[in-house]
Design a protein around this ligand. Structure first.
Ligand code: SF4
Length: 388
């Protein structure tokens, strides 16, 4: 269909509900300027009492995180969801894949609510089930499927987690990727790492002793991943070509500039950052590790941190006696995580308090069954603590 210029300009003037999931809410979404939002959230939460548990990811805005019963990274929040059997309503202030994982791990009587359905994850969207099945078909055709173990980062759809469980693999997070990959290499000869190439590569090279040449990059947009059969067979780690739009932005130049500008600065980054950034950093670790490192750092120490900006700002506010910088000079929020704002939280809590269950995230039982196998495999892995 060809649009005229006038039709094209008009096309952007109305909401496109197919492409903008969650932009409308049933009922009235409070105005961001409403001065009573905090009081309204407190009142609705108090009315719900122990029926509700609010989980808040570290990358959330302060206005939302203040209402969280538990804050954490995706791993800690998955554990919290799995352990809680009391709250019938779990309001997940995170992104879609995290709410899916919570639904998989909670009981059938518990409901998981995502205050804005448009809170997705660009990385999770980079691996679709069809693409992963296509890749597995090539791996099977080469006769190496029984020796290839999928290791899938938490930041993935339930469909990919399910594929992983069904094919003998495990889920991992940035806290336990090393342990998960070591476990996988005890089960087989090579790993298919989904969907974050950087976490897979950084873990393989920094902790497992592999070279960059041991890792190949599977491009889902190219026939047979853009690789030769020999490259696939020889690889120790087949990395999926996905990345985080927040952490993937940090560059080696950011590290070099910060070192030149701030004498004595320590560079602390998340393993979702590109390999050259991780190799140039002083410390690398999960979100929880970043928080602990800064909290335990001596007074007067200087830090340039490569992770999501809401978290870096919170760390700077909580540690005024330390000098905290953002690694990049440009703004770097997770835009989808930021869709959960106070108006959406108030709307969700008030709806629940009024008996209207909204924005429920449900994973079908077949998908949930295999996902649970992969998630429970991860939860049974001992957590690895790195010194850096
Ligand atoms: S920070 Fe990156 S990986 Fe995390 S939710 Fe946002 S886009 Fe996804």
């Amino acid at each position: 269909m060809t649009l005229s210029l006038v039709e094209f300009l008009k096309a952007g003037t109305k909401p496109d509900l197919d492409s903008e999931r969650g932009v409308t809410c049933a009922g009235e979404l409070p105005a961001p300027s409403d001065p009573d939002l905090v009081e309204r959230a407190k009142k609705a939460k108090a009315a719900l009492g122990k029926r509700v548990m609010i989980l808040g990811h570290h990358y959330q805005r302060d206005e939302v995180i203040q209402f969280a019963d538990i804050t954490g990274d995706s791993f800690k929040l998955a554990q919290a969801a799995a352990e809680n059997r009391e709250a019938e309503l779990i309001v997940f202030c995170g992104v879609h894949f995290m709410a899916e994982s919570a639904d998989i791990l909670t009981s059938a009587t518990q409901r998981v609510i995502l205050p804005d359905l448009a809170a997705g994850c660009s990385m999770a969207d980079m691996a679709t089930l069809t693409q992963v099945r296509d890749a597995w078909a090539v791996i099977s055709e080469l006769g190496i499927d029984s020796s290839t173990i999928p290791v899938t980062y938490m930041n993935s759809s339930a469909a990919i987690k399910s594929f992983t469980g069904e094919h003998g693999g495990t889920i991992c997070t940035s806290s336990n990727a090393e342990r998960a990959m070591k476990w996988a290499l005890q089960q087989g000869e090579r790993i298919l790492f989904l969907p974050d190439q950087h976490l897979g590569r950084n873990t393989a090279v920094r902790y497992l002793g592999f070279s960059l040449d041991d890792c190949v990059l599977w491009n889902p947009w190219k026939p047979r991943g853009g690789l030769t059969d020999d490259q696939i067979r020889a690889a120790k780690v087949i990395l999926w070509r996905g990345h985080c739009s927040v952490h993937g932005r940090f560059s080696l130049k950011n590290v070099q500039d910060r070192r030149a500008e701030i004498p004595g600065v320590s560079i602390l980054v998340h393993p979702e950052c590109p390999h050259e950034v991780v190799m140039a950093a002083d410390h690398v670790g999960s979100t929880e590790m970043i928080i602990t490192t800064v909290r335990n750092a001596p007074k007067g120490s200087k830090w340039a941190i490569g992770t999501e900006l809401n978290l870096v700002r919170r760390l700077a506010n909580e540690n005024p006696e330390k000098e905290i910088h953002f690694l990049d000079k440009t703004i770097c929020y997770c835009s989808t995580m930021n869709r959960i704002d106070l108006p959406h939280l108030v709307w969700a809590l008030e709806s629940l308090a009024a008996g209207q269950i909204v924005n429920v995230i449900t994973v079908d039982e077949t998908t949930a069954h295999h996902s649970r196998i992969a998630l429970e495999r991860m939860l049974s892995l001992p957590q690895t603590a790195h010194s850096d």
